[in-house]
Design a protein around this ligand. Sequence first.
Ligand code: NAD
Ligand code: TYD
Length: 358
Amino acid sequence: MNILITGGAGFIGSAVVRHIIQNTQDSVLNVDKLTYAGNLESLESIHHHERYTFSQTDICDRSALDQLFANFQPDAVMHLAAESHVDRSISGPADFIETNIIGTYQLLEATRQYWNTLAEPRKQAFRFHHISTDEVYGDLEGTEDLFLETTPYAPSSPYSASKASSDHLVRAWHRTYGLPVVVTNCSNNYGPYHFPEKLIPLIIQNALAGKALPVYGNGHQIRDWLFVEDHARALYKVVTEAAVGETYNIGGHNEQKNIDVVKAICELLEELAPNKPAGIEHYQNLITYVTDRPGHDLRYAIDASKIKKDLGWIPQETFDTGLRKTVEWYLNNQEWVEHIQSGEYKNWIQQQYQTEQA
Ligand code: NAD
Ligand code: TYD
């Protein structure tokens, strides 16, 4: 297959590109604007592969997309490009509306125009796979409830509202124009190459630097963590095996309170990086409770039984094994982190945590 992947230089997209190039015979065209979150160094291991091509393109640029479709002739699109950080969506929602909603619309239209030119059986086999989040469902208050594929949408943040909007557009393009789509909604990912503005890599980096470990509110919010390489495997299964029009929830069966995640990282660092910065006795002493995120979702938890039953996918990593691999990766790849800690990254950290970390 020829697979056009948007956002392939991001955290999950780069894991998907690496997975496909390393484990299949498919060809990949990576279409990425390279925002602050996109980093070609995450693709160094496959960059020179003959089945891999990169194009620095904004998904809002319709004529550029038309050209890419005409030249690459994809059999499938995997759409991951997005603005993805909730806190950034709160302080500046405009880019989220632009990329997540308008960009998805432009990509759908470019895909539809191209798909209409295909002859059978390629036309029927074609897939537009929209990669979305469990945050579209809002949050769960009880400790037992789980998000199902049928849970009504109730997004809380500008990020999740923009992703919900894009999900609706994708399903409308299926219903109205017959575009062969599949949608996946996944829980929080973690693992190598994760941009250090998100909780797990931020805590690892701050601890290593002897900086405060910021926990929003009381730290009792719950996320359902999935190792990114398990997600990549699930996505490939869905794009190659799922029936048209299906939706799959993907999750790690790993519900954790934020404060417990932070403590688990500190414990791993005590073992793996015992030489702490001067003046730090225990990494846990760096934990600092800070002002809560506005509209902070309390709990996410996924029922992933449908993808298990239909496609036989289950995660391979537990939270213990995945978190250990992640901490080890950051310890061994500090150069990757240093390269992405650009001026823009420093400005964001300064603005977001100014009161707590000044
Ligand atoms: P990320 O922020 O790490 O990467 C996003 C990528 O999209 C970057 O490479 C960026 O350069 C690119 N991009 C942004 N705007 C673009 C534009 N206008 N045109 C082309 N490229 C553009 O995000 P991620 O964490 O890898 O998430 C990927 C997808 O998965 C997103 O759609 C996100 O909503 C979804 N998702 C993420 C998680 C998670 O835990 N990170 C969980 C579930 C779903
Ligand atoms: P994050 O990694 O931003 O993912 P999401 O908001 O998409 O779930 O945050 C994960 C959880 O950690 C979320 O409940 C917010 C919390 N959090 C902190 O407590 N401190 C931080 O510095 C960050 C970035 C997040």
